[in-house]
Design a protein around this ligand. Structure first.
Ligand code: ADP
Ligand code: AMP
Length: 216
């Protein structure tokens, strides 16, 4: 099963992609996580990406399309995958469609998570993740069960993203409106776009998603 999760930064894509990954045994492919790994590795590609990410802009389409083509060719993607953060431009959406055709794959679900823009800055400003396993938390809506200890892997190391500062978040939201939101009509025209209410609480969003994916 191949899934695309769409929605602005902070909509809850990463949170839900991890739950889908666990339930269906297909990997979450987060282009943001891949770029952050490249930054951490200190590679030339990572150094170029870092400056762009810190300004809230998008990494060039060609680089992203190549990253996704390579990643989806890995053996763990044979049963399917969840795209989180890709596509982000019409060009990326078109390249993805071409890649699916060439590889004989089917895009089973394109799901938009809708969220009031007013909630997003608060969501992103409170976000932190486990430094070991990447589980996503929030200062007020999703704290670990034991303060300072990851629910999933027990690590005590947590990280906050450099680009989650309010001024960068505002730039990222503008980029979403200008460059990413236009791909919604692209999928709607093709009759592929489904929607879930991303303002509901985290478990309710998961239940709505699992239902869209075919659960009773
Ligand atoms: P995205 O991957 O779309 O940028 P995340 O999954 O990282 O979004 O979620 C952004 C922040 O909002 C995180 O701190 C997360 O814990 C929190 N969050 C996610 N979904 C919800 C929700 N339904 N209600 C409240 N907070 C949420
Ligand atoms: P995310 O983790 O999805 O919020 O992405 C963090 C940052 O990585 C974005 O603000 C972009 O700079 C970059 N990025 C992630 N995915 C893409 C993509 N598909 N196209 C271009 N840039 C991307």
């Amino acid at each position: 099963m191949n899934i695309v999760l769409l929605g602005p930064p902070g909509a809850g894509k990463g949170t839900q992609a991890r739950r889908i990954q666990e339930r269906y045994g297909i990997p979450q492919l987060s282009t943001g996580d891949m770029l952050r790994a490249a930054v951490a590795s200190g590679s030339p590609q990572g150094r170029r990406a870092k400056a762009i990410m810190d300004s809230g802009q998008l990494v060039p389409d060609e680089a992203m399309i190549e990253i996704i083509a390579e990643r989806t060719a890995q053996p763990d993607c044979r049963k399917g995958f969840i795209l989180d953060g890709f596509p982000r431009t019409t060009r990326q959406a078109e390249a993805l469609a071409k890649m699916f055709t060439e590889k004989g794959l089917k895009l089973d679900h394109v799901i938009e998570m809708t969220v009031d823009e007013a909630a997003l800055v608060e969501r992103i400003s409170g976000r932190f993740t486990c430094g070991q396993c990447g589980t996503v938390y929030h200062d007020s809506t999703k704290r670990p069960r034991r303060d300072g200890v990851c629910d999933v892997c027990g690590s005590t190391k947590f990280v906050r993203r450099d680009d989650d500062k309010p001024e960068t978040v505002r730039a990222r939201l503008k980029v979403y409106r200008d460059q990413t939101a236009p791909i919604l009509p692209y999928y709607r025209r093709r009759g592929q776009l489904k929607t879930v209410d991303g303002m509901a609480d985290i478990d309710a969003v998961t239940a709505a998603l699992f239902k869209l994916l075919g659960e009773p």
